[in-house]
Design a protein around this ligand. Structure first.
Ligand code: GLN
Ligand code: ZN
Length: 791
């Protein structure tokens, strides 16, 4: 039997110590030279290539390194640089709308002309596109950023114009491929395919369809493929992840002619799909004129045999068998079983790889010093996943090497220990879960009755004012939290410092005249971490960083076991805050869906079950808050929308369990207790019925950017409960004028009953300073007063 080929779809670029983050930020501040930044990049690439080669992979990826984002790199490569970010436009000073006369640093937006490709791309061009500015030079508005499929990674959205042309304009991917080959590596460059590239971008002019740019785009891809062949690549991995989405017919039909055009004598193409099943696009994908197809066998194991049956006999099938999206160790025995049959049928046409790029997992588990050894034995980060790919290949050999057998043994051991561990399985939690009844997720009465009882108690004015929860996290607050964590501040001292911050926030809110107060969340570093640290079943890593965007990384907690709440989590702070004021102070919790999606989740039970466990833990907290005299409790669910599955047919099922989990957490209280929820990243039109089904008494929403659209959804649905459409954007330090907020609310009052409206900013204020916060809230309170006078 021939050896099976192993490869990787991409490696995390940020570095085990977040070296790239540090270097980038230093460069942007002007503290690091371009040469030193480039040096850091080179060192990281070399290290990662070497590590993957040492592990024994047949092919290692190039083109996966990026200074900010791989989609951005591709835009530059294709010469697709918005006019406002081009060096040419800057150097000539000819940019229309330039502020050169006044010298102010307001963003400048040059009108976008139909453009030819940009010919002068360098590192700073990338940073202007990504951040609106390079270390030096004028500011312009950055490209939009959005989520990469259903991950927490954000890419820079390509901008498209009707008569645009493309041309190979930036050679980073090619140069890095040469660089790796010169170091003696066997490489396979990775690029995003033309249809996914167009799909993920946005039209910047009316009345045109970006798919019409395909003709213009393909020659640039052809140039790029030729250049990669020229650099020495034999195979190129071309990613078309949109093949796992529901595609309009025109897009689906575009694949076949596109890949005919890209057939290239010099390089073979491996067409990569991931994050789900090919579904309706399966026949399209298997028939494309490419040399190989990669599929995700972790998210969609059910498609494996179907694909094998329909794959033409000359094609390679790369099976993504190691989970690139999660941190669990692979069950090598089960994986070997799945693959053995395929290996027999496909012979050397079978390749092995992780399911998707390893960009979405941390770099190296070995770095972790503080994890429980048992828990640690269940995990695998990027480097360990590469080892797993190689071990599987060896295990498929007729006589596996001793090291492979040892890996199998260790994997068996880990599977057993995880299946049986008391850390994972908590009988009390499971008992409680099986005792849940339908009434547990229902409030005692309908909204109309609850609302009357709440109002009788709370006596709030029309257009009540409130904030979303967090107040500025001052240096003092951060320093106290850090010192406490490091053991330099005693429990008592820490509590005093936090109490001071709470008292300060309460005084300021009373002076501002807000109607419903918050304690300010000073004790929280992060809205998920704070609760995860207090719940059983959650673990935290020291170095488990994953790139979110650019230099920004997140360190998601790991949900590994049944979730339970050993003791109350927020009541002491809430009670203290409430003791300082006669006005109601909201209790503040993070909801079950957000607790789930902003973590690495269990793969040994459905997410719906984990969500329900978290919901029960929160339900106890909600009740404890009520018993502590808290009359209003907010359960934040900013992640509800981002949890939506990639295919529409799966939405209903997800929304059912997600809504149920929220309701389970919220419904244990009396009618008199008012439940709020908060959501950001609005775009609710298509899930408005699910939002209404949450049955929160009040929902506050981020709307400052698309007020009209959002209210449309609520109006058309005749949304029944109270709403606080955010009246100003907290992402900007600008102080919103009173009249602007009055106007927004008056528009809202034309579409929704004014008795149902609240006045609030659009999200938490933790990233702001106090000066602008107080000024903005003073205006907001004035706006509410004016509304009351006029109504
Ligand atoms: N209560 C949180 C805060 O104010 C909500 C944050 C969020 O919506 N992302 O910070
Ligand atoms: Zn928010």
């Amino acid at each position: 039997m021939h050896p099976i080929l192993t490869h990787n779809l991409g490696f995390p670029r940020i570095g085990a110590d977040r070296e790239l983050k540090r270097a980038l930020e230093a460069y942007w501040r002007g503290d690091l030279s371009k040469e030193a930044l480039e040096d850091t990049g080179r060192t990281l690439r070399r290290r990662h290539w070497q590590q993957q080669a040492d592990a024994g992979l047949s092919w290692i990826p190039t083109g996966d390194f990026a200074w900010y984002d791989q989609v951005l790199t591709l835009s530059a490569t294709l010469g697709n640089v918005p006019v406002r970010h081009r060096a040419e436009a800057r150097n000539t000073g000819a940019e229309p709308g330039s502020h050169s006369e006044c010298g102010c640093s307001e963003p400048i937006d040059a009108p976008e002309a139909p453009e030819g490709p940009c010919r002068q791309v360098d590192l700073d061009t990338l940073f202007r596109m990504a951040r609106g500015r390079a270390p030096t030079g004028a500011a312009s508005s950055a490209c939009e950023m959005t989520k990469w499929f259903d991950t927490n990674y954000h890419y820079l959205v390509p901008e498209f114009h009707p008569d645009q042309t493309f041309e190979l304009s930036y050679r980073q991917i090619i140069d890095e491929t040469r660089e790796a080959i010169a170091l003696g590596h066997q490489v396979k460059p990775v690029i995003l395919g033309p249809l996914s590239y167009l799909w993920l971008g946005k039209e910047k002019a009316d009345n045109f369809d970006r798919l019409s740019l395909l003709e213009a785009l393909l020659p640039a891809y052809q140039q790029l493929l030729d250049a990669l062949a020229d650099a020495g690549a034999k195979w190129v991995q071309i990613d078309e992840p949109i093949l796992v989405l529901d595609l309009p017919a025109a897009w689906q039909q575009a694949f076949e002619p596109t890949y005919h055009r890209l057939q290239n004598r010099a390089v073979k193409l491996l067409l990569a799909t991931y994050f789900g099943a090919l579904g309706e696009n399966l026949s399209t994908a298997v028939q494309l004129p490419v040399a190989g197809l990669h599929i995700d066998a972790v998210r969609a194991p059910e498609q494996l045999l179907n694909v094998v049956d329909r794959l033409p006999v000359h094609k390679v099938l790369s099976v993504g068998i190691i989970d690139g999206r999660n941190i669990w160790r692979t069950d090598l025995r089960a994986a070997r079983e799945t693959l053995a049959e395929l290996a027999e049928r496909l012979g050397e046409r079978l390749w092995l790889a992780p399911s998707c790029s390893l960009l979405h997992v941390p770099v190296d588990l070995k770095r972790e010093q503080a994890l429980e050894p048992e828990l640690k034995s269940w995990l695998a980060f990027a480097l360990q996943k590469v080892d797993e790919v190689v071990a599987l290949e060896q295990l498929l050999a007729p006589e596996p090497a001793p090291s492979a057998l040892a890996a199998l043994e260790a994997s068996d051991q880990s599977v057993r220990s995880r299946r049986e561990s008391r850390r994972v399985h908590n009988p009390a939690v499971q008992e409680r879960l099986s005792a849940i009844s339908p009434t547990d997720s229902q409030r005692q009465s309908r909204f109309a009755q609850r609302s009357a009882k709440q109002q009788a108690l709370l006596q709030l004015p029309e257009f009540p004012t409130t904030t979303i929860g967090s107040f500025p996290q001052t240096d003092d607050i951060r320093q106290a939290r850090r010192a406490y964590k490091q053991g330099q501040l005693s429990e008592v001292e820490y509590r005093n410092r936090m109490r001071q911050a709470i008292a300060d926030a309460i005084v300021r809110q009373e002076q501002l005249g807000l109607d419903v107060l918050v304690h300010g969340e000073a004790e929280r570093n992060d809205m998920v971490e704070y609760f995860g640290e207090q719940l059983d079943g959650y673990a935290f890593t020291q170095f488990g960083w994953v790139q979110s965007y650019g230099s920004r990384c997140v360190k998601p907690p790991i949900i590994y076991g049944d979730v339970a709440r050993p003791r109350a989590m927020t009541t002491q702070w809430a009670r203290y805050a409430q003791s300082l004021s006669r006005r109601p102070v909201k209790g503040m919790l993070t909801g079950p869906i957000t607790m789930l999606f902003w973590s690495f989740v269990r793969n040994d039970q459905p997410r719906s079950v984990t969500a329900r466990q978290i919901a029960l833990a929160l339900r106890d907290e909600v009740k404890d808050l009520e018993t502590s005299g808290i009359q209003i409790i907010q359960i934040d669910e900013p992640a509800l929308r981002e949890g939506l599955p990639l295919k529409r047919k799966d939405w209903g099922e997800y929304l059912d369990w997600a809504v149920e989990a929220f309701r389970l957490s919220a419904s244990g209280v009396n009618d008199e207790t008012q439940i709020h929820t908060h959501m950001c990243y609005s775009e609710f039109n298509d899930i408005i019925d699910a939002i209404a089904a949450l049955d929160a008494d009040v929902i506050t929403i981020e709307t400052s950017r698309s007020q009209g659209e959002l209210l449309d959804a609520f109006e058309q649905f005749s949304y029944p409960n109270d709403i606080g459409p955010g009246v100003y954007d907290i992402h900007s330090p600008n102080v919103p004028p009173v009249e602007a907020m009055v106007t927004l609310m008056e528009q809202a009052a034309q579409r929704l009953p004014k008795e149902r409206l609240w006045v609030n900013p659009d999200c938490g204020l933790k990233t702001r300073g106090w000066v602008e916060t107080e000024a903005a809230l003073a205006n907001m309170v004035s706006a509410a007063r004016r509304l009351r006078e006029r109504s």
